[in-house]
Design a protein around this ligand. Structure first.
Ligand SMILES: [Zn+2]
Length: 273
């Protein structure tokens, strides 16, 4: 939502945005360098790093665009191309509209040459003096800002785990999917895991009563589990399963079979657990 606030702020159309702009900018449109209390300004500033590089201008009359501080000619503001002392920037208050006439761009030849030195060919930038400037959101195909789109730009995408296509299958009952998800994330609260957290409990397998309850034991080595593995592997005519196979190999045992048998196998693997 802070990105949305930042976006509305940069449009400068809402009264609150104009008020904040006036409060936190100098008369030369520089941001103030001292502290003023505000419950929202720090949040808006914080999101600048994402919204500014994602913003583009469709240039019309140029009245809304700051020549030096907005990114209208390249991906970064012109100001960042030029090293000037701060007090001189206070005098730089030009708008893009100052260099547009009814026919289009109206830059003096020396400024056009300076742009070329920065790698900007001004004649390649479209400009329509008969319409208003429009600010667009680059990451969206329709150039419209949305919170969802901003979230997609900012979230860190982790690699997809190999097991997700096994744990969230339609053939699995949701409760079995939940168990499978906890199993794959290794967060099932076995006695072994509880002990590792420093909780002194006596660990005994509830099925055989003769071994400690570790994941390896209850899922593969316990005599009760072994009986079930033997039964299902015989039913599917597969080689015997052991803890050495690991979950990936075990779940993939039937991938060459039909999707029906594959679903049945994966359901049985998780049901045994
Ligand atoms: Zn056991």
């Amino acid at each position: 939502m802070l990105y949305k606030l930042n976006w509305i702020f940069t449009q400068s159309e809402e009264t609150w945005a104009q008020l904040l702009h006036a409060k936190f900018h100098t008369t030369s449109d520089e941001r103030i360098q001292y502290h003023k209390r505000s419950s929202v300004w720090s949040g808006i500033k914080h999101t600048d790093d994402i919204t500014k590089p994602s913003t583009e201008w469709i240039i019309g009359k140029g009245t809304k665009i700051d020549l030096w501080r907005d990114s209208w000619a390249s991906n970064i503001p012109l100001r960042e191309h030029i090293d000037l002392p701060r007090h001189l920037w206070k005098k730089c208050t030009a708008r893009v509209s100052d260099f547009i006439n009814v026919d289009g761009w109206n830059f003096p030849a020396d400024i056009s040459l300076a742009f070329l030195a920065m790698g900007i060919d001004i004649n390649n930038i479209p400009c329509n003096p008969s319409v208003e400037d429009i600010q667009t959101w680059k990451p969206d195909v329709h150039c419209d800002f949305s919170v969802k789109n901003a979230f997609e730009c900012t979230r860190k995408c982790l690699d997809i785990a190999w097991w997700w296509r096994y744990t969230w299958r339609k053939c699995l009952h949701p409760s079995l999917s939940g168990l499978a998800w906890r199993l794959m994330n290794q967060i099932l609260p076995t006695d072994e895991k509880v002990q590792r957290k420093g909780i002194p409990i006596t660990s005994v397998c509830v099925h055989c009563g003769s071994n400690a309850e570790t994941e390896d034991h209850i899922f593969f080595e316990c005599p009760t589990t072994k009986v079930m593995w033997v039964w299902v592997t015989n039913a599917f005519q597969l080689a015997a399963i052991s803890g050495m196979d690991g979950w990936k190999n075990t779940l993939e045992k039937c991938r060459m079979h039909s999707s029906y048998l594959n679903d049945l196998w994966i359901t049985m693997v998780f049901a045994i657990c």
